[in-house]
Design a protein around this ligand. Sequence first.
Ligand code: SAM
Length: 281
Amino acid sequence: MAQIDTLSPLRDVIRQHELMAKKSLGQNFLLDLNLTAKIARAGGSLEGVNVVEIGPGPGGLTRALLASGAKHVVAVERDERCLAALAEIAAHYPGRLTVHAGDALEANWPDLIGKLEGPIRIAANLPYNIATPLLIGWLKTEPWPPWFDAMILMFQKEVAERIVATEADDAYGRLGVLAGWRTQAQIVFDVPPSAFVPPPKVTSSVVHLRPRPEPLPCTSSALERVTQAAFGQRRKMLRQSLKSLGGDLSAALEAAGLRPDMRAEEVPVEGFVTLANTLAK
Ligand code: SAM
């Protein structure tokens, strides 16, 4: 196993601090420092880059981020049992790790990042129970371009496939439209259940999302209104599924270059944006 710092091996950290994994907190820890280093660097070099990490837990990924050269890591962890272990990492990397105890779903990101200078990246082995709401929150950030230059996030593979899906894919849906509208998203690699302690039931995937500097002009609420209606009845044709939205549907479909007999899963992101803008008028 790789030696990236002189801190105790993660297994010992977990034993010393009695960090038995809690299912309710989505705790599946990564103990392989080769793997955490691979995740840390999945978005490119970390030299001079600040990182916001969600759920550092015993600190495997946190240590990899810091050892890989991250300028400063701001971590949000809900489980107070992990704070002592994280304090040891902070002491090992003076002035480079700030830990906030609390719920990432309640976080005020601009407040947390404060006056960090330089690019900021989000990196996390996310707790699966809140992974999608956290991502949606970041994708809906205003103003855009957002405060982060990239997101490197671990999801269950099935969720990762929905994030990167386009109209050619079975997994295409509301999440794929929102992610595709504002970012370029790709799966970088899969991680088998055996890499985690305890192992989850399914394979995971690391996703790299890069914000588009100029996404097609639209509001996330207008876009979601249309995708909710369209994918809420995904087997129905657009002329039926979008009827409830009111407005001149025929004109909106024509403006988007779409046929009324198409189904939601055939409509590219640009089509949804045009529909959203036309129907919002
Ligand atoms: N980063 C560690 C690793 O890779 O081994 C732990 C990842 S584990 C999948 C998810 C982490 O998120 C746990 O440490 C858990 O306590 C934390 N967590 C769960 N819910 C949270 C929340 N609402 N806000 C912040 N952290 C949370």
